[in-house]
Write a protein that binds this ligand. Structure first.
Ligand code: PGA
Length: 263
């Protein structure tokens, strides 16, 4: 696992977007061999999306041959609902870039057969040969996508009941806490771990304890992001505020390694 420590949220956003751009451009994707990208929602990746849009507008990056799979979607929230992840992705990212809508994959939380929907999602990822780069964030309690505490570290895409603390955290986007959906469809920890590379973005003091659990403690299903320790190519990009619970020794060690990742 590699930990990249930067000063601010803006630095994390710019670094992450530059990394994504480099990975896509180095891949030289084509119609027959597209770049498969896993994407998150939430406040954390917003800055990265804005920077990717800028790169696209400057003519540095095209998404024509990029296929995306989003991490999760609420169950029973209409796609046009302001808080659905469909709405989030189209408003904040997809409508500003040259992606082919047919290449966008987001779980359908309105499907009549949710199990089938999840199975189909897994199959489609496989058909594309797997995800090249899965980008994610984590919750304050260490969840990755909606893989709440206690999720199997080999879990696949499925419906997952949301933990009370997740419902509370996400209620900031809804009028009432009662309006927050109680469950979601989410890729599993195993689905994310199958990606060739995983990059997590973690910013702000609120995530400091979760970062400490993810990086310095052992692998645990109670902090599902800690599974990344077992990934051959795990990358975590953080700002200084998020490092507040880490040992100085850990921070210094990873800061000393940063020069090895270049664009
Ligand atoms: P956030 O959400 O980026 O809005 O903090 C992350 C998450 O809950 O996974």
């Amino acid at each position: 696992m590699h930990l990249v420590i930067l000063k601010t949220f803006q630095d994390v956003s710019h670094w992450a977007a530059s990394y994504v751009m480099k990975r896509i451009n180095d891949f030289h994707p084509t119609t027959d061999n597209p770049f498969v990208l896993g994407l998150p929602t939430g406040s954390t990746p917003l800055g990265m999306y804005q920077q990717l849009i800028k790169f696209h507008q400057e003519g540095l990056l095209s998404f024509k041959h990029v296929v995306t799979f989003n991490m999760d979607e609420y169950v029973n929230l209409p796609k046009l609902h302001a808080q659905s992840y469909h709405h989030f992705m189209w408003t904040n990212f997809f409508k500003h870039i040259d992606i082919n809508p047919e290449n966008v994959n987001i779980l359908n939380g309105l499907s009549k057969d949710l199990n089938k929907e999840c199975e189909k999602y897994e199959e489609k990822i496989k058909e594309y040969g797997g995800v090249e780069l899965f980008i994610g964030g984590i919750g304050e309690h260490g969840h990755m996508a909606f893989n709440e505490a206690g999720s199997s570290l080999t879990s696949r895409t499925r419906e997952k009941k949301l933990a009370h603390n997740t419902i509370q955290a996400n209620s900031r986007f809804f009028d009432n806490i009662e309006d927050v959906p109680k469950s979601a469809l989410t890729v599993g920890v195993g689905t994310i771990m199958d990606a060739k590379e995983v990059m997590l973005l973690i910013t702000g003091a609120k995530k400091a304890y979760a970062l400490y659990k993810t990086v310095e403690e052992g692998v645990s299903h109670m902090w599902t992001a800690s599974a990344l320790q077992l990934h051959p190519k795990g990358l975590i990009v953080v700002d200084e505020d998020a490092t507040m619970e880490l040992k100085v020794k850990t921070v210094k060690y990873f800061e000393g390694l940063d020069e090895h990742i270049e664009f």
